[in-house]
Design a protein around this ligand. Sequence first.
Ligand SMILES: Nc1nc2c(c(=O)[nH]1)N[C@H]1C(S)=C(S)[C@@H](COP(=O)(O)OP(=O)(O)OC[C@H]3O[C@@H](n4cnc5c(=O)[nH]c(N)nc54)[C@H](O)[C@@H]3O)O[C@H]1N2
Ligand SMILES: Nc1nc2c(c(=O)[nH]1)N[C@H]1C(S)=C(S)[C@@H](COP(=O)(O)OP(=O)(O)OC[C@H]3O[C@@H](n4cnc5c(=O)[nH]c(N)nc54)[C@H](O)[C@@H]3O)O[C@H]1N2
Ligand SMILES: [Mo]
Length: 752
Amino acid sequence: MAPIDDEEARLRVGPPADHAAGLQAVRLSLANAVGQMGVRKTVRNLRSLNQRDGFDCMSCAWPDPQGHRHAAEFCENGAKAVAWEGTRDTAGPAFFAAHSIADLAGQTDHWLEKQGRLTHPMVRRDGGTHYEPISWGEAFALIGAEFQKLASPDEAVFYTSGRASNEAAFVYQLFARAFGTNNLPDCSNMCHESTGSALMRTIGVGKGSVTLEDLHQADLIVVSGQNPGTNHPRMLTALEIAKRDGAKILAINPLSEAGLLRFDNPQKARGLVGGGIGLADRLLRIRSNGDLALWQAIGSLLLQKGVADREFIESSTVGFEAWAKHVAEVDREAVLAATGLEWSEIEAAADMLASSKRIVHCWAMGITQHRNAVATIKEFVNVALLQGMIGKPGAGLCPVRGHSNVQGDRTMGIWEKPPVVFLDRLRDEFGFEPPREHGVDAADAVRVFRDGKAKVFVALGGNFVAAMSDTEVTAAAMRGADLTVQISTKLNRSHVDAGRTALILPTLGRTEQDRTGGVVQRVTVEDSMSAVHASRGRSEPAGPLLRSEVDIICRIAEAVVGDRQGIPWAEFAGDYSRIRERIGRVVPGCDDYAAKVDNGGFTMPHPPRDSRTFPTAEGRAVFTVSPLQVMTVPPGRLVLQTLRSHDQFNTTIYGLDDRYRGVYSGRRVVFINAADLAELGFADGELVNLVSEFDDGERRADRFRLIAYDTPKGCVAAYYPETNPLVPLDSQAEESGTPTSKWVIVRLEKMG
Ligand SMILES: Nc1nc2c(c(=O)[nH]1)N[C@H]1C(S)=C(S)[C@@H](COP(=O)(O)OP(=O)(O)OC[C@H]3O[C@@H](n4cnc5c(=O)[nH]c(N)nc54)[C@H](O)[C@@H]3O)O[C@H]1N2
Ligand SMILES: Nc1nc2c(c(=O)[nH]1)N[C@H]1C(S)=C(S)[C@@H](COP(=O)(O)OP(=O)(O)OC[C@H]3O[C@@H](n4cnc5c(=O)[nH]c(N)nc54)[C@H](O)[C@@H]3O)O[C@H]1N2
Ligand SMILES: [Mo]
């Protein structure tokens, strides 16, 4: 487990901010970028960030405007991500010779990544104390030999983080399936999996149904369980555009996040002199996990008011009567207990919905990472269907994705439960029979290594050990692997808690020029609104030995499956347009893929959005009935949500500040209501240990400082990944299996 940083002693706490971005954000992001990359590289990189012939920002999946783009089409945190990748610092053989793995284990996550870009393939041989250099050729041969030893293809697991390009993802899943397994867990399992589960069942497509234009045209935007000021700052521009045209915003969050309150757009001259625009017209400060109850109550109020798009319900949905009956009987006391809101607040929110004609529902991790997340999302869908808010301009469902290409990776077949049609088309194109049995998701991946049932773990990016729940269990499971192969840009915990034989394969990042095969290659990505386009980095790679993800995967595939299925791996690596041709023939919705991306990109088909047709089993959109659960906490215990600071990208910690929440130089903090402090006998600023309680026992994370904060009583918040040791592996969302990162029952323990 990550040790505790000495810097924590310098922790300072100030008042939280009341608005997001503004001049300060520009100044900070430029100073940071120049500091890490130097002036020339900063100018080159930031100039091509999110531009038509440039590269796609890797900081989130928010779409780019279709028409006019600003010269600076990025946000503070996008600039941070670019600078982090573009840093001049490197961690090569001398670094690894100087630091044993035991030594690295004693460093924080922040320190590990801060060492700079990985430049050489490295290996820790079985029993070794250090990583040592290895040639690419020997690394691929070693992988080939380890795979030979497997008793079954299912002893290998292929993880993907959502930064991989469509081309890399496509060849990766092809490799896994040609080898013979659907063990393709990904970061989506920990992220929007609940969204996919809920939307597949109710509208027949697991993706959001809006375009950026729809947001601009909406007259009400609901933002549930999301902190866009930090995690999707460019979304604030869309909210601003909608607001200027008279839209209202309803935010639902336990915290009054700065980015929900006011936005001072740094892209505009006006932003530079301050002022900005107010965002949320109403902020419901809901208790953790109150959303299912809230939406059932809103549904019942809308029904009482006679709000219903009868025509749409009649022509395009099933299940309305049963749902209407269910929510009409909603228990008001249970709703008040679950939400912690006043009934009048819920009525006011329902009035906002009732008086709106074009509503977009947005949501993120505050919704998906709960035990009943799938039910909650189905409840937004019920209300959207009731009002006919899907498949018309200015209205729809907008799950806001995290990783910049997590949606594209799924489209390309990174899925442990692949649809039959996808496998059939893969078979028809490549002439081999892909495995049909479902593979392991992220949580099951931990279980199969923990139980000795899997031996080889390959990671296409990411930091599985720190990102996954139950850090100690996950780390031990990974240490038990015979071989781990990490295709990475920077050093992280997953290189430290690695298999007996462990490989680090350094790869090019999004910002870097990819000249695999001697030509300039492009890749493609899909954003949160299903728009697909090309991305091409411009910078000189961090080192001459780096290889692209596509190249690395194709070489591994050559070493492991060779030409058994006649798949032309070398041809794919030499010219990515050959991969795009195959994508066009295999992936549903990607016909003429290569040509379309050459012509500037396209938006993936989405039948509910495009034509109000719903490819569900019923052939219609489905109202669903979910029992109202009021999740309770034993006396003296609190509900912990684990979230992101303004200075991190998932497990990548850029710095120790969270300026919007008024926290500086430290991350081991717990935001807690002052009344809870008093009741439980603790003081603001006191150091405590956190103990989580679950059916299977207790878990601990030590030395956190309590900060009195405006969070609902009983609900506390702390940063991930430091709190992942507290999230039990078996605490997962129903149906989707997502770890319940926003619902962990904890008690505070005095420090001895
Ligand atoms: N700069 C930056 N950008 C990022 C990331 C990053 O780490 N840094 N991560 C990327 C990724 S992979 C993702 S998935 C997204 C994550 O984007 P977010 O989902 O915005 O990320 P979190 O920090 O987890 O914030 C969760 C929000 O939900 C609220 N919340 C918690 N519990 C509840 C609840 O029960 N009900 C309601 N209504 N709200 C609740 C929290 O108070 C918080 O505001 O961002 C992406 N973009
Ligand atoms: N407790 C708790 N746990 C959570 C969450 C939470 O809210 N709370 N959120 C969950 C969510 S939403 C997600 S998406 C997951 C994230 O899980 P992951 O995607 O696995 O984690 P990241 O931190 O994004 O991965 C960072 C690493 O990716 C590598 N990397 C960066 N860029 C590239 C690249 O271009 N190519 C390659 N090959 N590697 C690259 C670097 O080595 C870096 O160290 O975490 C989940 N875990
Ligand atoms: Mo995510």
